[in-house]
Design a protein around this ligand. Sequence first.
Ligand code: FE
Ligand code: FE
Ligand code: ZN
Length: 277
Amino acid sequence: MLKIGCHLSISKGLYRAAEIAKSIDANTFQFFTRNPRGGRAKDLDMDEINSLKEFRRENEFAPLFAHAAYTMNLASKSEKTREFGRMILKDDLDRVRAIGDTYYVFHPGSHVGQGAEKGIELIAQALNEAIEEDNQTIILLEGMSGKGTEIGRNMEELKMIIDGVKNNEKLGIIIDTCHLYSSGYNIKDDLDGVLDEIDRIVGLDRLHAVHLNDTKVEFSSNKDRHEVIGEGLLGLDAIVDIINHPSLKDLPFNLETPNEPEDHKDEISLLRKEYKG
Ligand code: FE
Ligand code: FE
Ligand code: ZN
């Protein structure tokens, strides 16, 4: 069974989002832990979390993705921004633990001119502080398209962050198909080669999840513009190869394409049809 879903709003709560996911034939979904541009998060309602757990069990959901706010920049130049980032990281990890069976996904950050090395050091430091000894949550660094001073533009940078974290058993990566292509990994013409490289640098055992997006921007452009599945420069054939690849086919996939839930339903049904298990 293909594990597929899409990014959904939780403005009406996590339980409602799970119902919407089910209604579009998804068995996972992604949500923002808090307003993606702001900082505040609603208090968790434990009754709702318990009903959600029940619902997910009944409907055999795959792990969910909790995506961090874009305002969380652990690599910032400003001590205040870093401090804020460390605070929401801690709080997010508490929340994700309570929700259960959910991967925590975040953009490593931007070094804003300090250099990637310094940024990587700051990110690893923050993770060292936030990850408790008994951490059970899988935390995933997202590979980025490499715009501006983004960190995580290649596998080497992701690996350096992982190596800088002591308690890193549960620290892994998530690939975003749009970002991979625009950061210069040719998953369209050489998927096997790219996966070999991910395995060589980071290790495929660290790869836990995929953001499945087509792209509006060219190969190696370092830009980040997602497109509806099959309508972009990757195209349907490349995406079908991705969901069926032996190294990827059992991972959970979430779409972040520019679509409303009703349209994601069509993307999901198309992908389910093309999935060979
Ligand atoms: Fe992301
Ligand atoms: Fe993404
Ligand atoms: Zn993106």
